[in-house]
Design a protein around this ligand. Structure first.
Ligand code: SF4
Ligand code: SF4
Length: 203
């Protein structure tokens, strides 16, 4: 003998009284649930330009380029909506945890052109004071200095950067020479790893 399916019957009656469970979007606005993964946004004040999010983005929706703009080395970070798969890896791996965050935006249909859909932010890069090559974004260096605290005095580049951020040391214009002789004084400069090694070995 088959018993009546009471659970299904109860569901059917509830649905008849309360109406369907599905959202009425687009006829009515829809509020996504709390952990919904929608369109990511860069937050320029919290991003330090480290590019960790670019390295982990599986779809190539994030990219960065180091360029020279009016004599200043800049890192340009770009997010492209049309390539994003909303996986959330960028937010999960962000160095500052707040530089890029997913919103709950899901209704992304638009008639805009592709190039108008991207979001771009720029970060100034610090150049090596011997060879002029860009080393790291200024904001990322500052973030490292704050994290390390008194330990910055173990590294000449970090120590100098910290003192300059407090206006306690003068700025130096990068030499930008391809081949150069390293002097002992070059050790107390902000240097890329290659110049740091050369300065230590040759001076
Ligand atoms: S959500 Fe995923 S695909 Fe989209 S930008 Fe972030 S890492 Fe890339
Ligand atoms: S701070 Fe976060 S958002 Fe900015 S570049 Fe690094 S990982 Fe990406």
């Amino acid at each position: 003998m088959r018993y009546p399916k009471l659970r299904e019957l109860r569901e059917a009656i509830t649905a008849l009284i309360k109406g369907p469970y599905t959202a009425r979007f687009p006829y009515k606005p829809h509020k996504p649930f709390e952990r919904f993964r929608g369109k990511p946004y860069f937050y320029e004040e919290d991003c330090v330009g480290c590019s960790a999010c670019v390295q982990v983005c599986p779809s190539g929706a994030l990219e960065f380029m180091d360029v020279n703009k009016n004599g200043r080395a800049m890192r340009i970070l770009t997010y492209r909506t049309e390539l994003c798969i909303f996986c959330g890896q960028c937010q999960a791996n962000c160095l500052t945890e707040k530089g890029i965050m997913l919103s709950n935006e899901f209704d992304l249909a638009t008639t805009e052109k592709r190039q108008d859909l991207k979001q771009e932010i720029q970060k100034e890069l610090i150049a090596c004071e011997c060879c002029g090559e860009p080393i790291i974004p200024y904001d990322q260096y500052l973030w490292v200095v704050k994290k390390l605290g008194p330990l910055v005095f173990a590294n000449p580049s970090l120590m100098l950067f910290y003192l300059r951020s407090l206006s306690l040391a003068p700025d130096i214009v990068p030499a930008q020479k391809k081949e150069m002789e390293f002097l002992r004084a070059d050790r107390i400069k902000i240097l890329c790893p290659r110049c740091r090694r050369e300065a230590v070995l040759k001076s």
